[in-house]
Write a protein that binds this ligand. Structure first.
Ligand SMILES: Nc1nc2c(c(=O)[nH]1)N[C@H]1C(S)=C(S)[C@@H](COP(=O)(O)OP(=O)(O)OC[C@H]3O[C@@H](n4cnc5c(=O)[nH]c(N)nc54)[C@H](O)[C@@H]3O)O[C@H]1N2
Ligand SMILES: Nc1nc2c(c(=O)[nH]1)N[C@H]1C(S)=C(S)[C@@H](COP(=O)(O)OP(=O)(O)OC[C@H]3O[C@@H](n4cnc5c(=O)[nH]c(N)nc54)[C@H](O)[C@@H]3O)O[C@H]1N2
Ligand code: SF4
Ligand SMILES: [Mo]
Length: 691
C-alpha cells in the first residue's frame, strides 16, 4: 500500500457491506473531505453517492455528547452505576433471561465481541440479538444447513470472472453500488450476461439482459424449476454430487414434482414461459455463473428455503468454490459479517460455534473462564421485543440500531419499549428509539473510533479514527466493558483498547480448532501493535501457519461431520405476502440510492435528500387507476399492523398488485410514513427472519 500524506487517514466506509476503503482528511478549519482508497481491493478508489458524502456527516449538530438519565444530563459514573445496578438486580431477582441486548451490524467487531461475551458468558443468557436478524439470518441458516458452517465461499473477483450473474432479490445498483459498477465493468470487458429476478423493475433491472418480475415470495418454485431443468438438460456434475454432497435425489424429486415444467413455473411465479426458459437455458449453458442474493431472498418468512433452493442449483452443477462461480449472499451492513464471526445472533456462539453442539458450549466456556455460560439459544429480535412488551424481559439495552423504526410491526415495538421497566440506548444521536431510553449513553461515531469490520467477501479492514472523540462520548467497546466491570466481571473485561479484544477474538477462533471450523484467524492472535495499526485489508481464514485461502470450499470438502455438502429438499410454501379482497396489494419495502436506513446520517446531507425529498409510494398504473390515485396524491396505506401516509408515484416499474414504500422515513423526518409500521412480524421457522 502506498504511503499517505500525514493529513490523510486510511479507513473504511461505515455504510454498506461492500466495505469500500476511504481516505479521510481533516482540513485546518475542521472540514472533513473523503476520497476512495485506490489501494483497497473492494473499491480500488471508487465511492458511491453516500460514500462520497461522508465528509458532510461528521458535524456535531444533533450529536449526543453527555450521558442522560431520564432526560437529565449526568456523569458517566452515575449512568454506568445505574445501568450495572439495574441489570444486576434484575438478574438476581428474575434470572439472567429477564435481561436482553439488541445490537447492530454497524458495531465494530471488537464492540460486538465484548457485548456477546458479557451476555453469553457472564450474565448467563443468550438474549442478545442483532438487527442482522432482519437482514442476514436466513443466509446464515441456509449456509449452515448446506455447508455445515456460515460460509460465503466466493470473493468479488468471482463477479469479474463470471459469464453469467443472476441477481435475485437485490437492488445492487442502489444498495451495493460499487460492486454493481464492478459488475458493469466486467460486462464491458467480457460480455457477462446479467439476469435480475425482482418483482420491481429496479435501477438494477434497467441495465440487465433479462428481468424476471416474479410474484413476491415465489423464488423457491423458480429455483426448484431450475434444478429440475438442469437435470433434464444433462448438466448435473455427477462426480461432484457423488463425491461431495448428500441428499441430491430427494431434493431433485421434490423439485421436479413441484416444478414439473417451465410452463408450470411461469404460471406459479407470474412470469412469461419464454423468460423462464431463457433463464434456465442460460444457467444450464454457463458454467461460470454467480447467483447474488439479498433482502428479496433473505427477508422473508421462507427465506432459508429460498437460500437453499439457490445453493442446491450450484451444488448440482458443482459451481462452487471455483473462479467465477458460486452462490453469493451479499451483506447489508458494514459489519454484518463481523457480527456473524463473533456470534452476535441469539442462536450462535462466538467464532462460528453453536449451541446445538455441547462441546462448543464447553469450549467457549473454558476459553472465557465463563462463570455463567449460556447453554441454549436466546430470544430472537421479534420475540425479544414481545418479551420486552409483556414483562418477561425487564431490562433491555439497545446499541447502534433504531428498532422503533426498523423493526416490523414497529408500533408494537414502540409500545414494548415504553412498557419495558428499564431501557438503555447507546447511540450517537437522538432517534425515535432514544425517546424511550431511561438511560441514554453517547457513543463515539465513525471517524472517532477504531476497530475492524468484515465485508461481504470475508475481507477484514480497519476503521481508524481521524477526529477527536467529542464531548463525553465513548467508544461502544469501552461502554460495554465499563458496565461489565461494575457488574463484578472486571477481570474478564479489562482491555486497554480494541487491539487487545481483537487478539482475544483471533485466539478464540483458533482455540481447539483442528480445521473443523473454517473461521480461523489464529495467525492474527499475537498481532503486534504496529501490524494492527497498519493492517492491510485481508480475507479470512488466516489460520496459523497456513497460507490465506481467498476462495473457500475449493477442494469439494465442506465443514460438515462427513465432509459433504447437503442438498435441502425445499418446497414452495404459500406465497409470502398473502393478499385478499380486503387487502389487495402486497407491500414491498426497501432502500433508496441516497439514503441509509432511518436517515440518522444521510438525512442531514442536503444533496442526498435532493433526489427523493419526501416519502413516496410507488404503485402500478392499474392499481392507481382503480383507486383514483394520481401522481402526487397523498395515499393512506393500511395493513393488519398499522398505517402510513405517502405521496403517490404511479410507475410502470411496479407489478400490478404490488407497491413499494422505502424503509427510511422515521418519525424524525416525516409523520406516519414508516414502512415498519405496516410490515408483518411473521418469521422464518429456521432463521427467525420475517417478510
Ligand atoms: N442506499 C442504501 N444502500 C444500502 C442500505 C441502505 O439503507 N441504503 N442498506 C444496506 C443493508 S443493511 C442491506 S440489508 C442491503 C439490502 O440490499 P437489497 O436487498 O438490494 O435492498 P432492498 O432495497 O431491500 O431490495 C430488495 C429487493 O428485493 C425485491 N424483492 C422483494 N420481494 C422479493 C421476492 O419475493 N423475490 C425476489 N427475488 N425479490 C424480491 C424488492 O423489490 C427489492 O428490489 O442494502 C445495504 N445497502
Ligand atoms: N420495512 C422495512 N424495515 C426494515 C428493512 C426493510 O427492508 N424494510 N430492512 C431491515 C434491515 S436489513 C436492517 S439492517 C435494519 C436497519 O435498521 P437500523 O439498524 O435501525 O438502522 P439505522 O438507521 O442504520 O440505525 C443505526 C443507529 O445506530 C446509530 N449509530 C451509528 N454509529 C454508531 C456507533 O458507532 N455506535 C452506536 N452505539 N450507535 C451508532 C445511528 O445513529 C442509528 O440510530 O432495518 C430493517 N428494517
Ligand atoms: S458502495 Fe457501500 S461501502 Fe462503498 S462507498 Fe458506497 S455505501 Fe460505502
Ligand atoms: Mo440489513
Amino acid at each position: 500500500m502506498q504511503d499517505l500524506p500525514a493529513t490523510e487517514v486510511r479507513t473504511t466506509c461505515p455504510y454498506c457491506g461492500v466495505g469500500c476503503g476511504v481516505l479521510a482528511r481533516v482540513a485546518a478549519d475542521g472540514n472533513v473531505t473523503v476520497r476512495g482508497d485506490t489501494d483497497h481491493p473492494a473499491n480500488f478508489g471508487r465511492l458511491c453517492s453516500k460514500g462520497s458524502a461522508l465528509g458532510e456527516t461528521t458535524s456535531l449538530e444533533g450529536r449526543l455528547l453527555v450521558p442522560e438519565i431520564g432526560g437529565r444530563e449526568t456523569s458517566w459514573d452515575e449512568a454506568l452505576d445505574l445501568v450495572a445496578r439495574r441489570f444486576s438486580e434484575t438478574i438476581e431477582k428474575h434470572g439472567p433471561d429477564s435481561v436482553a441486548f439488541y445490537i447492530s451490524g454497524q458495531l465494530l467487531t471488537e464492540d460486538y465481541y465484548v457485548a456477546n461475551k458479557l451476555m453469553k458468558g457472564f450474565i448467563g443468557s443468550a438474549n442478545i440479538d442483532t438487527n442482522s436478524r432482519l437482514c442476514m439470518a436466513s443466509s446464515v441458516a441456509g449456509h449452515r444447513r448446506a455447508f455445515g458452517e456460515d460460509i460465503v465461499p466466493g470473493t468479488y473477483e468471482d463477479l469479474d470472472q463470471a459469464d453469467l450473474v443472476v441477481l435475485t432479490g437485490s437492488n445492487t445498483a442502489w444498495c451495493h453500488p460499487i460492486l454493481y459498477q464492478r459488475l458493469l465493468a466486467a460486462r464491458e470487458a467480457r460480455g457477462t450476461k446479467i439476469v435480475v429476478i425482482d418483482p420491481r423493475r429496479t435501477a438494477t433491472a434497467e441495465e440487465c439482459d433479462l428481468h424476471l418480475a416474479v410474484d413476491p415470495g415465489t423464488d423457491v418454485l423458480l429455483f426448484n424449476g431450475l434444478l429440475a431443468h438442469l437435470d433434464i438438460a444433462g448438466v448435473i456434475d455427477r462426480n461432484f454430487v457423488d463425491s461431495s454432497t448428500t441428499g441430491f435425489a430427494e431434493a431433485l424429486s421434490v423439485a421436479s414434482a413441484e416444478a414439473s415444467s417451465p410452463g408450470a413455473v411461469a404460471a406459479g411465479c407470474g412470469l412469461a414461459e419464454a423468460d423462464v426458459r431463457l433463464l434456465y437455458e442460460l444457467f444450464a449453458a454457463t458454467s461460470r455463473t454467480v447467483t447474488v442474493y439479498s433482502q428479496g431472498v433473505n427477508q422473508s418468512a421462507h427465506g432459508t428455503d429460498k437460500v437453499n433452493a439457490i445453493i442446491n442449483c450450484h451444488l448440482a452443477t458443482g459451481r462452487i468454490g471455483q473462479p467465477g462461480m458460486g452462490p453469493f449472499s451479499v451483506t447489508g451492513q458494514p459489519n454484518a459479517m463481523g457480527g456473524r464471526e463473533v456470534g452476535g445472533l441469539a442462536n450462535q456462539l462466538a467464532a462460528h460455534m453453536n449451541f446445538d453442539r455441547p462441546e462448543d458450549v464447553e469450549r467457549v466456556e473454558r476459553f472465557w473462564s465463563a462463570p455463567a455460560m449460556a447453554r441454549q439459544a436466546g430470544l430472537k429480535a421479534v420475540d425479544m421485543f414481545r418479551a420486552a412488551g409483556d414483562g418477561r424481559a425487564k431490562a433491555l439495552w439497545v446499541m447502534g440500531t433504531n428498532p422503533a423504526v426498523s423493526m416490523p410491526d414497529s408500533a408494537r415495538v414502540r409500545t414494548a419499549l415504553k412498557s419495558c421497566e428499564f431501557v438503555v440506548v447507546s447511540d450517537v444521536t437522538r432517534t425515535d428509539t432514544t425517546r424511550y431510553a431511561d438511560v441514554l449513553l453517547p457513543a463515539a461515531a465513525w471517524g472517532e473510533k477504531g476497530g475492524t469490520v468484515t465485508n461481504s467477501e470475508r475481507r477484514m479492514s480497519r476503521q481508524r479514527p481521524f477526529l477527536p472523540v467529542p464531548g463525553n462520548a465513548r467508544a461502544d467497546w469501552r461502554i460495554i466493558c465499563d458496565v461489565a466491570q461494575r457488574m463484578g466481571f472486571g477481570d474478564a473485561f479489562t482491555y486497554d483498547g480494541p487491539l487487545e479484544i481483537f487478539r482475544e477474538h483471533a485466539r478464540l477462533s483458533a482455540f481447539e480448532n483442528h480445521g473443523d471450523r473454517l473461521f480461523d484467524i489464529g495467525a492474527l492472535a499475537e498481532i503486534a501493535d504496529a501490524e494492527y495499526e497498519h493492517f492491510p485489508p485481508r480475507h479470512w481464514p488466516q489460520a496459523s501457519g497456513e497460507p490465506c485461502a481467498e476462495r473457500l470450499l475449493v477442494d469439494g470438502r465442506f465443514p460438515t461431520p462427513d465432509g459433504r455438502a447437503r442438498f435441502v429438499a425445499v418446497r414452495q410454501e404459500g406465497v409470502a405476502l398473502p393478499v385478499d379482497a380486503k387487502r389487495p396489494i402486497a407491500l414491498n419495502s426497501g432502500r433508496l440510492r441516497d439514503q441509509w436506513h432511518t436517515m440518522t446520517r444521510t438525512g442531514r446531507v442536503p444533496r442526498l435528500m435532493a433526489n427523493v425529498p419526501a416519502p413516496t409510494l410507488e404503485i402500478a398504473p392499474l392499481d392507481a387507476h382503480r383507486r383514483g390515485l394520481r401522481d402526487g396524491d397523498l395515499a393512506h396505506i393500511s395493513s393488519r399492523y398499522g398505517f402510513a401516509r405517502a405521496r403517490v408515484t404511479v410507475s410502470d416499474n411496479q407489478k400490478p398488485g404490488t407497491a413499494f414504500l422505502p424503509m427510511h422515513w422515521s418519525g424524525h423526518f416525516a409523520a406516519n410514513a414508516g414502512a415498519g409500521s405496516l410490515a408483518t412480524p411473521l418469521s422464518d421457522p429456521f432463521s427467525g427472519h420475517r417478510n
